[in-house]
Ligand binder design. Structure first.
Ligand code: PA5
Length: 444
């Protein structure tokens, strides 16, 4: 097992009855999921993706990644939300948050189309000057404003630089198999295209071409990533008592019912920071509806102990923490002896820095638990592709089961439309004329 749920710090917060009381409900939620009889049941393709993914397309993804590596110094990944977070999270976790600054034979990667800041876009454009480019534009709907804006700009840049035929060789589209503006454009221009399956929603799509093409282009082994996810798929069909994924979903709901309002996902390695962002979207969009849901938040410790530590220890008691404990860090560092010992740190001489980090983890769990914050611990074996694939599948399935336990449809996101409609109206998009007048009155 690449991942193990450690409940040993929960004794002050949890009774045996709490777990036995929710076991049957959790089994029912999982059965509804597998039988595809629950809310949002047309978006369950991710459940069996690690076994029944399109093998021909997978080979095309690997070939495209190799071509990108050979032809581009910079890969521009255009997408927002579920169409970019997973790829970035995986690359920064598997490679490094400093990926772009590392010595490597794979392209630098910049992510655009995930905001509307002209400053951000101009800065990336200036980084791209006189460097060979490839673009992977990712949008399931093919109509999302942020990536569409960015793609218009990068498409022109590539056409100006390489000509239309040259640009065609450097643009890769990941979108719906048949519908949408991006699909139409890709067909018209002859771009190489990859498919986001109909039954896989954005935030569950990292193990499709959405995540796999950028991840492979960064030099990560996507076959191992899928193998890890498959191992998790097999493991998490076990009954509740032997199923860490179901138990984690149950624990979240137990603490929610006991009054906790915020789950903080915590890691002690900065390479996990974008995984935190991916988790926040997964759980936030899946559960935050009908006036319900734990608010997903995150932290990197010990960094954030120096900013959020006070609140966590002594602020309003609405928090629970889920700590991802990476058992075997990618690297280690040893402190050398210093004859003067002016900093007083000689007691750590010849000590692994990973052990110092572990003591910080242990000490913090004990302190926060003492302070009334339940700490669930997820022990992740290492930072390999297999372990990450396992972890991704673990969170996806736990999120679905947790959403059903909460009584919501975990696979829609109706609330995301509100800001888009207001923005379109305020920008004067045709069809929004009445709304524009009403909104402008409110802004005065
Ligand atoms: O999870 C989701 O569905 C969203 O985050 C979408 O991925 C995001 O809004 C981007 O949508 P699209 O891929 O259609 O451009």
């Amino acid at each position: 097992m690449a991942l193990k749920l450690n409940k040993s710090y929960l004794s002050a917060f949890l009774s045996a009855e709490d777990m036995s009381g929710i076991a049957a409900q959790t089994e029912t939620a999982a059965r509804v999921l597998h039988e595809k009889s629950g809310l949002g049941n047309d978006f369950l393709g991710w459940l069996t993706l690690p076994t029944d993914y399109d093998k021909d397309e997978f080979a095309r993804i690997q070939a495209a990644a190799e071509k990108i590596q050979k032809t581009a110094d910079v890969l521009i990944v255009i997408g927002i939300g579920g169409s970019y977070l997973g790829a970035r999270a995986a690359i920064e976790f598997l490679k490094s948050p400093f990926y772009n600054n590392m010595k490597k034979d794979t392209p630098d990667i910049y992510y655009v189309g995930n905001n509307i800041s002209p400053t951000y876009l101009n800065e990336v454009l200036s980084i791209c000057e006189s460097r060979d480019l490839a673009v992977n534009v990712i949008s399931k709907s093919g109509t999302t404003t942020e990536p569409a804006l960015a793609f218009r700009i990068f498409k022109k840049l590539l056409e100006d630089r390489y000509g239309k035929a040259g640009a065609k060789e450097r643009i890769y589209c990941t979108t719906d198999k048949a519908r949408g503006t991006l699909k139409n454009l890709a067909d018209a221009e002859g771009y190489e295209s990859f498919v986001i399956p109909d039954d896989v929603g954005g935030r569950f799509s990292v193990l499709t071409a959405v995540g796999l093409l950028p991840i492979a282009a960064a030099g990560c082994d996507i076959a191992k990533l899928m193998a890890g996810a498959k191992a998790a798929q097999d493991a998490y069909t076990a009954p509740f008592a032997d199923n860490d994924c179901y138990q984690y979903a149950a624990l979240r709901n137990i603490f929610y019912r006991k009054g906790k309002e915020v789950e903080m996902l915590v890691s002690y390695d900065p390479s996990f920071a974008m995984m935190n962002e991916w988790y926040k979207q997964l759980f936030g969009e899946s559960e935050g509806k009908d006036n319900k849901g734990l608010f997903p938040s995150s932290a990197i410790f010990s960094t954030d102990l120096h900013s959020m530590g006070q609140y966590i220890q002594e602020g309003k008691r609405i928090l629970m923490e889920t700590v991802v404990d990476i058992k075997k860090p990618k690297q280690d560092l040893f402190l050398e002896p210093d004859a003067e010992n002016a900093d007083g740190l000689n007691f750590l001489t010849n000590q692994n820095m990973s052990i110092v980090n572990r003591r910080a983890l242990e000490g913090t769990i004990l302190a926060h638990t003492e302070g009334g914050v339940p700490n669930i611990v997820l022990e992740l074996e290492d930072t390999s592709e297999e372990s990450l694939g396992w972890l991704i599948y673990f969170f996806e399935k736990a999120c679905a089961v947790s959403g059903y336990l909460l009584g919501v449809n975990p696979f829609n996101q109706p609330g995301v439309e509100s800001y888009k409609k207001n923005m379109f109206a305020l920008l004067g998009k045709p069809g929004y004329e009445d709304m524009k007048v009403a909104l402008e009155t409110k802004l005065q």
